[in-house]
Each structure stands twice: as structure tokens, then as C-alpha cells.
Design a protein. Sequence first.
Lengths: 113, 112
Amino acid sequence: NAGVTQTPKFQVLKTGQSMTLQCAQDMNHNSMYWYRQDPGMGLRLIYYSASEGTTDKGEVPNGYNVSRLNKREFSLRLESAAPSQTSVYFCASSEQGNSREQYFGPGTRLTVT
Amino acid sequence: GNSVTQMEGPVTLSEEAFLTINCTYTATGYPSLFWYVQYPGEGLQLLLKATKADDKGSNKGFEATYRKETTSFHLEKGSVQVSDSAVYFCALSVNQGGKLIFGQGTELSVKP
């Protein structure tokens, strides 16, 4: 039981390049989330998917797109990377509901030069 | 709007000292409150939670009580260990599909 897995662990991009961050969970959770973590700012929600086939914007969606490929997988795409997107990205999943625990992946450290 | 404010870190303590990390919140409706912990190089994991006023969450010697009158959810531990060194995040969720709103995090360093 791997929980939430993310690939890659590290990535360096040049400004304007594109990439997709992959996330998968094996807990049969309906809800999945993408956060970014920046120093002194905690985690901020980029996009979330309450269930398979639905996605919604979070607090900081600009410059990102997502795809809920199936119940297990939720990917985050940067179409044209900018230095402001240098961050650590975390994927999480949970059962539906407001008091449910979210399970986090190990994170992807992205640097945009 | 909904927000969470935590005391700034880093917090440095000696082993066996008493720990308090303050957390206050602003929310519309009736939030669920959480403490998550992030050990170096890892993702976040749930430490404890409380879903209604006056509930006390507890785990691994840590406790926090949901205080509606003071809109607070302070984290406490009676005797910290070196292994408790981590970043602690207070968070809330309120009737919006389980989305979490996080505080900025408080780094704790425990010295032997």
C-alpha cells in the first residue's frame, strides 16, 4: 500500500518550458488536491477534484491546469513555466467530507530558472 | 474570508520542555480544525483534529482543544523530544468539499 505517490521528486525547468507533475493514490479516495508550499506561506491550494470527472480552482490556479485521469490519478500541468512557480508541490487525497484526513505525497521540488 | 494564523517560528526548546504553538482562525460557518506535521524531507501527515467546539484532539502526547469563544486551536505537549523537531501546520476546513486552509507553519527545533 503505497498511499500517495508523486513523480518526479525534483525538476529544474527553464522559463517557458512545460511539464506535468504526476500523482496517484491507491486508497480509493474520491477527492484529490494539488498544493504548493512556499516559505512563510504555508500550503496553498492550486486545484482540487472532489470526485472523478470534476475539477475546480483553488486559491492560486493561474498558470496551471489539471487532469483527473481516473479515480487514482490527478496530474498538474505547467504550460509555460515562470520563476514564480519555483516551489514544492504536494498532492493529497481524502475521502469526501470536511473533517476527513488528507493524505499527502512526498512532494516535488521544482525550480524554474 | 477564512484564514488561519499561527505563531511565528522558529521555536527552539530543550528536550522535556513544555510546548505551546498558538493557532487562531477566522471562519464563516463551523470549521473542522487540524494540526498537520511535516518532518524534514517528507509530506505532511495528520497529527490530530477536532470537528466541533470543545472537542479535544490528541495524538502522540500532543493535544489541542477547539475553543469557539476565542477562535483558537493551540497545540500543546507536556514534554518534547528531539524526534518532535518538525514543521507544524494548523489548518481548517469549512463546508467546501474538504479543502484545507493552512496557517504559515511553525518550525520546532528540540535540542538534546
